[in-house]
Design a protein around this ligand. Structure first.
Ligand code: PAP
Length: 319
């Protein structure tokens, strides 16, 4: 599919299967992934034009799985020699601007965005592993994927959609509205099982290439997981740093309470049309219990079990 020709691009888009997100926003099925229609140009352009460098670090996730947190953590780990936590750019810039998305930011704005910044470049995507540009797989760059208990992901997603600032969608009033389509995997960058399983498999096959993290594990032991992240990305903490409490400092800087309260994250709107504050809601494990009815939870959990069955990837119902 060549994007150079606008007519053929329009025809390509017209021929994609269509669906609706939870709030009615249009989705397009491309490469077995439901993409928000507004970013399909960015998706295709990213796939066709991105050339990875060996030093790149790619943050990958399904939306509402801990992306914002992971962006803040990896940015802080990699740049800790340049900025002390007190001078961190995170204090004045939202994590999503420091670590931009390929599809709904860089390649949406331009087919050939300027990616000429000093290595390591940290960039993000919601694409499944199987849909990444070939150069990411071929190069020695690293991928860090974060996923989350799908019950919490779904609840987080519901609240997020209710916060959409612009767009022509109707406000979502109740969580059981159109829940059926969520159960069939029709959501932004869904189905969730394809996203998770593609990276899970890749992390088993290429452990030096793909680090697979879970939101719940980070919540349980952020220090251990920061060490894993630093080691994997090639920036391990020294013994002296450990003694000096550098890991704790980074974990505090990137904590939900700290980031949520920063002026920069309480105001402003992200280019995707969501307020910056919408990326920080509750930050807890198990909030699904407060929002899904027992029958909805049971139904959804069954899908989780069925879809992940035999993969070795599991989630706990309660922590
Ligand atoms: P995105 O994919 O649209 O960027 P993402 O950051 O993956 O969203 O998910 C947002 C969730 O992470 C929210 O969860 P909740 O709705 O259950 O509260 C958000 O609160 C949570 N979150 C954001 N920052 C942090 C953080 N620093 N620590 C823990 N959770 C966080």
């Amino acid at each position: 599919m060549e994007t150079a020709n606008e007519d053929s691009f329009q025809e390509f888009v017209l021929n994609l299967p269509r669906g609706k997100d939870w709030d009615g926003a249009p989705l397009l099925l491309y490469n077995d992934t439901w993409y928000p229609a507004y970013c399909i140009r960015g998706v295709v352009s990213f796939q066709q034009n991105f050339r990875a460098q060996a030093t790149d670090i790619i943050v990958a996730s399904l939306p509402k799985s801990g992306t914002t947190w992971l962006k803040a953590l990896i940015f802080s780990v990699v740049n800790r020699d340049r900025y002390s936590p007190k001078e961190s750019p995170l204090i004045t810039t939202p994590p999503h601007e420091l670590v931009p998305f390929f599809e709904n930011d860089l390649y949406l704005k331009s087919q050939n965005p300027n990616l000429d910044f000093p290595p390591p470049r940290i960039l993000a995507c919601h694409a499944h592993y199987t849909s990444l540009p070939q150069s990411i797989g071929d190069s020695n760059c690293k991928i860090v994927y974060i996923c989350r208990n799908p019950l919490d992901q779904v609840v987080s997603y519901f609240h997020f959609l209710r916060n959409r600032v612009s767009g022509s969608t109707k406000p979502l009033s109740s969580i059981d509205e159109c829940f059926e389509s969520i159960c069939s995997g029709v959501q932004s960058h869904g189905p969730f099982w394809n996203s998770m399983l593609s990276y899970w498999k890749a992390s088993l096959e290429r452990p030096n290439k793909v680090l697979f993290l879970k939101y719940e594990d980070l919540k349980e032991d952020i220090i251990l997981n920061l060490k894993r992240l630093a080691e994997f990305s090639g920036f391990p903490f020294t013994e002296e740093e450990e003694k000096d409490g550098v890991i704790e400092e980074i974990s505090r800087l990137c904590s939900f309470d700290n980031l949520k309260d920063l002026e920069v994250n309480r105001n402003g709107v992200h280019s995707s049309g969501f307020s910056n504050s919408a990326f920080f809601r509750k930050g807890e494990v198990g909030d699904w219990g407060n929002h899904l009815t027992p029958s909805m939870a049971e139904r959804f959990w069954k899908i989780v079990e069925e879809k992940l069955d035999g993969s070795g990837l599991t989630f706990k119902l309660s922590q």
